[in-house]
Design a protein around this ligand. Structure first.
Ligand SMILES: O=C(O)CCC(=O)C(=O)O
Ligand SMILES: [Fe+2]
Length: 208
């Protein structure tokens, strides 16, 4: 057996400082990626995302969903959500992402962007319910979209394209020092589904 074939290889860090972001590129075949895209579109309990912004209750065109090991509560943008139990697709994808990244996850936030008019504004994923400095595994299906990081202090920006069936891992102090976004694009006319596998801290779990 060729020892090197199975050696885990972590791609180089895309960030020049203050965190670690690794882009693995496609980790599934085109056929597997196409199949996951169509079953996720069908089987996930997609709903508009909600936020309270300056006292106003906002609903997004982008759809979202939240799955986890237990019916955890998870709060962001002042809205508390309750996780749904894993689907078989999500368990299969979680196992693949865990194997490739060498990390463990207990939850997944999904987003569906119908076309390039929908995106996600600058933010970092450091809500109090998330494990501090925990890894986030971001798996993308469908339309290829640009994804950007911006340093919170010096505003240095790093961008890359996230392909169909690709994995991006953010870890270490990335969320402390960088914000990220999915910019809108007039050039994209097809849907994209993104899954961010995360780790919710167990002593903050509330399954009641
Ligand atoms: O759609 C993406 O690639 C990123 C989504 C994201 O940043 C998030 O869910 O926190
Ligand atoms: Fe994010």
């Amino acid at each position: 057996m060729d020892l090197f074939t199975h050696a885990p290889v972590t791609p180089e860090n895309l960030l020049p400082k203050d965190g670690e972001v690794n882009y693995y590129g496609p980790i599934l075949s085109l056929e597997e990626s196409d199949n996951f895209l169509s079953t996720l579109l069908k089987n996930i309990a997609w709903k508009p995302d909600e936020a309270i912004i300056m006292g106003k209750h906002i609903f997004t065109k982008r759809l979202a969903a939240w799955y986890a090991d237990l019916p955890f509560k998870y709060t962001y943008s002042k809205i508390t959500r309750r996780a749904l139990p894993w689907t078989q697709d999500l368990l299969d994808l979680k196992a693949i992402v865990e194997q490739v990244s060498g990390e463990k996850f207990n939850s997944c936030l999904l987003n569906l962007y119908h076309d390039g008019s929908e995106g996600m504004a600058w933010h970092s994923d450091e809500e109090k319910d998330l494990k501090k400095d925990g890894a986030i595994g971001s798996l993308s299906f469908g339309a290829v979209r640009k994804f950007s990081f911006k340093h919170k202090k010096d505003k240095q920006t790093i961008s890359l394209m996230l392909g169909h069936g690709s994995l991006l891992v953010m870890k270490g102090t990335t969320q402390n020092h960088w914000v990220h976004r999915l910019p809108p694009s007039k050039l994209v006319h097809t849907s994209r589904v993104n899954l961010t596998f995360r780790r919710i801290v167990s002593n903050r779990l509330d399954a009641s």
